[in-house]
Ligand binder design. Structure first.
Ligand SMILES: Nc1ncnc2c1ncn2[C@@H]1O[C@H](COP(=O)(O)OP(=O)(O)O)[C@@H](O)[C@H]1O
Ligand SMILES: [Mg+2]
Length: 330
């Protein structure tokens, strides 16, 4: 597995009784930073380093400045959410990191290399709002696809897919077709597929956006467990404040167009109860998730993100209790 090598020892969990190969609980990674000069906490390269990036679409009167001078650092293993009103450039930023688009100015590096190189060496796992499964392939064949394309042998593919389907709780559904699954299950297949090549960086654009609230919360808890196991860094786009806080070490709050980083909120939630081991029951996991969502640290971080999002409204004398358009506070 392409692991981020030395995870900084300064952020190791206090509980040293964890076995050496046990994944660290989420929430212990160093914070993202909007300053490109403050990434000295890691001895290895940052997972993502966005430096003074702007992206301008179109020209003349139809010109849209989607991103304006954005700088951001994500540490290996860190979970970072991007949140902000509709159209503030979240997806644009994610696409730049994914090398699906190029900045107008500035640079994007992934594990110390240009994004293009990282993409070519398959550092990424990508999942979007639509699961995007191939309807004529079984669940197994969908998850297997990236491995088939990269020439992984049949035996290794089978083993890897078995593991991934276990990880997302779909071992019994390997031979079903996508249209035989619920929306939540399809999204879990998409997540399994995104993990197929053991990415060290997961890029997710509102992957739970089309799901009902209960399914969504359940998948959020599962995603945390998966991340604790894979130790991948994650850049996660959402328009839900609670979702961002629940999942993230760090929430990057963006401002309306031109998209800029308004504030970086360090969440500091103790997620040690969500273990990487798969032995715990789903119900027990959900219960831990429920506890986290009512913890003081959670409520406090939700309030901080909300305040950051409302910066402009408050400054204009507006109500600080209303969310900007496109941001879900539930
Ligand atoms: N390919 C494109 N061509 C022209 N404008 C675009 C393109 N992609 C995004 N935009 C514009 O850039 C702005 C940011 O879009 P986007 O990143 O999708 O926002 P978000 O994901 O935060 O809702 C929007 O005004 C959008 O219309
Ligand atoms: Mg978007």
């Amino acid at each position: 597995m392409t692991q981020p090598e030395a995870r900084p020892t300064s952020v190791a969990p206090a509980d040293t009784s964890l076995p050496a190969d046990s994944a660290l609980p989420a929430g212990t990674a160093p914070s993202a930073s909007s300053s490109s000069s403050s990434s000295t906490t890691t001895s290895t390269a940052s997972a993502v380093r966005v430096d003074s990036v702007s992206r301008v679409f179109g020209r003349g009167t139809s010109q849209v400045v989607a991103l304006d001078d954005v700088s951001l650092t994500v540490a290996p293993g860190e979970f970072v959410s991007l949140i902000g009103p509709s159209g503030c450039g979240k997806s644009t930023l994610l696409r730049l990191v994914a090398d699906l688009d190029q900045p107008t100015s500035g640079t994007v590096e992934v594990f110390g290399r240009p994004a293009r190189q990282a993409r070519l060496s398959r550092e990424y796992g990508i999942a979007f709002q639509q699961a995007g499964l191939l309807p004529w392939r079984t669940v197994r064949a969908n998850v297997e696809l990236p491995l088939t394309l990269s020439g992984t042998g049949r035996g290794a593919r089978r083993e890897r897919v078995d593991h991934l389907l276990d990880l997302v709780g779909l071992a019994d559904f390997a031979d079903r077709f996508p249209d035989q699954l619920s929306g939540g299950m399809q999204q879990r297949v998409a997540i399994a597929r995104s993990l197929a090549e053991e990415p060290s960086l997961l890029l997710m654009d509102e992957p739970f956006g089309a799901l009902d609230e209960m399914t969504r919360e359940h998948l959020q808890t599962q995603l945390l467990r998966i991340c604790a196991e894979t130790r991948a860094a994650v850049v996660f786009v959402t328009h839900s404040i609670p979702e961002a806080v629940f999942l993230s070490d760090t929430v990057v709050v963006m401002s309306p167009r031109p998209g800029r980083i308004r504030e970086i909120v360090d969440v500091g939630l103790d997620r040690a109860g969500i273990a990487p081991a798969t032995a715990v029951s789903t119900a027990a996991e959900d219960a831990v998730g429920d506890d986290l969502r009512t913890a003081d640290a959670f409520v406090d971080a939700v309030a901080r993100v909300r305040t950051a999002l409302h910066g402009d409204l408050a400054a204009a004398g507006g109500s600080a209790t209303r969310a900007p358009a496109g941001v879900d506070q539930r």
